[in-house]
Design a protein around this ligand. Structure first.
Ligand code: UDX
Ligand code: ADP
Length: 463
């Protein structure tokens, strides 16, 4: 089976970049990305590709090259489903906010809607690919919906989890460590797997394309995210101990990272991990383990989240304690709001929770982030429902210039590791602040000695 038409449902942080790269690398395949959100599609079609809705280094150039050639963004979901041989499902799967599994399980309502829509529209055999992160055995549910509500056509369900990290999505897609494709072990399943392997083989060497059964593929995605997040919680746990003992967590991370069995990556102590995946996937893993009665397994992984919540709260507590136990009416400036650098995504960003804690202490928060919009920051805070929308907009002032944001503040807190923060004129910032001028570096990106020689009281993580 030769694939010539692909449809992707969901034009978000996963669907957009992934399809742009497939289109760039496979000019013979027509790729259509559809979304219910009209504004989002309008933004993807903005004549100036610098205005596309997702910021990722290198993405706007790829969209400029492929869009209109073999890459299309559209709201015509049914037409795109009808025409495609392969349909990727890249819709959001947030943690449930209601009912059974509230706060733990993944909400599959968007996935189910997609499956029902595909079943309704499809008049020829299709391959349906799960791209969103899903609980193990979701493929079974999708298959049941497709087979029971469809028009008698055959569906093959593949699991093809996305391992790209935001901020490096384009390079991760162009040079993936591996591509994972799970499918049925029947001849039809194998044919579908091979058809998708051939798409990726246009730019990924075959030895990096792994094929497994569906459940292994689904569980591998959750496992990879759980292991990565666990490393961060482990080093963050050590950061608290370092602060008490006089050890330096950066030195500890370097020393253990040189052990080839441990390796140097994902050992940066921080204010806590954020992003749309880690917390959601671990909660999901915990929920699945509990549902099988595996309470020790569930507790083991839940501790990664408990540690992360502690790390965020510890950071806000430290600000309050250091500022003489009160931040009421003090101006505290956040540099960064995104959950990591080089993205405009803020989902589960530590900044949101630290801001919420400090506003509870009646601080006035000023924020500068190079890529996050004002509305996004406010809606992130509103989403927590801690206080009224008016109270949030009174407590949060948003600036489009870092120097202005810092002027007159009692303390600065670095929440995101944007490179530009390391190039600032810190003397100028110091001169514009109240004294003593405090700097809380939640990402350990600044030079403590230099800042202290300017006069800052500098507090990093884990030293
Ligand atoms: C993650 C996985 O890396 C990716 O493979 C998966 O597909 C989706 O989830 P993402 O959430 O985009 O990707 O970013 P990632 O680079 O993993 O960072 C997640 C969070 O951990 C960020 O808040 C980051 O700042 C934090 N982090 C990361 C640390 O605090 N310390 C580290 O050493 C690494
Ligand atoms: P991710 O990080 O997983 O890509 P996003 O929230 O960025 O998540 O993107 C998911 C996209 O899927 C959103 O733009 C949303 O509008 C879209 N979406 C959700 N359900 C459907 C659906 N049934 N049909 C089309 N698009 C959908």
């Amino acid at each position: 089976m030769k694939i010539t038409k692909i449809c992707c449902i969901g034009a978000g942080y996963v669907g957009g970049p992934t399809m742009a790269v497939i289109a760039q690398k496979c000019p013979h395949i027509q790729v259509t990305v559809v979304d219910l959100n009209e504004q989002r599609i309008k933004d993807w079609n903005d004549p100036n590709t610098d205005n596309i809705p997702i910021y990722e280094p290198g993405l706007s150039e790829i969209v400029a090259e492929a869009r209109g050639r073999n890459l299309f963004f559209s709201t015509e979901v049914e037409k795109a489903i009808d025409e495609a041989q392969v349909i990727f499902i890249s819709v959001n799967t947030p943690t449930k906010t209601y009912g059974k599994g509230k706060g733990m399980a993944a909400d599959l309502k968007y996935i189910e809607l997609c499956a029902r829509q595909i079943a309704k529209v499809a008049k020829q055999n299709k391959i349906v690919v799960e791209k969103s992160t899903l609980p193990v055995r979701t493929a079974e549910a999708i298959k049941s919906i497709l087979d029971n509500t469809g028009n008698g056509v055959q569906f093959q369900i593949l699991s093809n989890p996305e391992f790209l990290a935001e901020g490096t999505a384009v390079t991760d897609l162009l040079n993936p460590d591996r591509i994972l494709i799970g499918g049925d072990t029947t001849p039809e399943g194998e044919e579908a797997i091979n058809a998708l392997v051939d798409v990726y083989a246009n730019w990924v060497s075959k030895d990096k394309i792994l094929t497994t059964n569906v459940w292994s593929s689904e569980l591998s995605k959750l496992t990879a995210n759980a292991f990565l997040a666990q490393r961060i919680s482990s080093i963050n746990a050590m950061s608290e101990l370092c602060e008490k003992t006089g050890a330096d967590v950066n030195e500890v991370a370097k020393a253990i990272g040189m052990d080839s069995r441990i390796g140097p990556k994902f050992l940066k102590a921080s204010v806590g991990f954020g992003g749309s995946c880690f917390q959601k996937d671990i909660l999901n893993l915990v929920y699945i383990a509990k549902s099988y009665g595996l309470n020790e397994v569930a507790d083991y992984w839940e501790q990664v989240i408990i540690m992360n919540d502690h790390q965020k709260r510890r950071f806000s507590n430290k600000i309050v304690q250091t500022l003489y136990n009160t931040v009421a009416d003090k101006k505290i400036t956040f540099l960064g709001w995104a959950f990591k650098k080089d993205t405009n995504d803020t989902r589960e960003s530590a900044a949101i929770y630290v801001a919420d804690d400090l506003i509870n202490e009646q601080a006035k928060i000023s924020v500068y982030d190079p890529k996050v919009s004002r509305n996004k920051m406010l809606s992130d805070l509103d989403y927590l429902e801690t206080r009224t929308v008016e109270a949030n907009s009174k407590a949060l002032s948003i600036f489009d210039n870092a120097y202005e944001a810092c002027k007159g503040s009692h303390a600065i807190a670095i929440l995101t590791e944007w490179d530009e923060f390391t190039t600032y004129d810190w003397q100028k910032i110091y001169d514009s602040m109240h004294k003593p001028a405090f700097l809380f570096d939640g990402r350990n990106i600044l030079n403590a000695k230099e800042l202290e020689s300017i006069g800052f009281i500098y507090k990093g993580i884990g030293s």
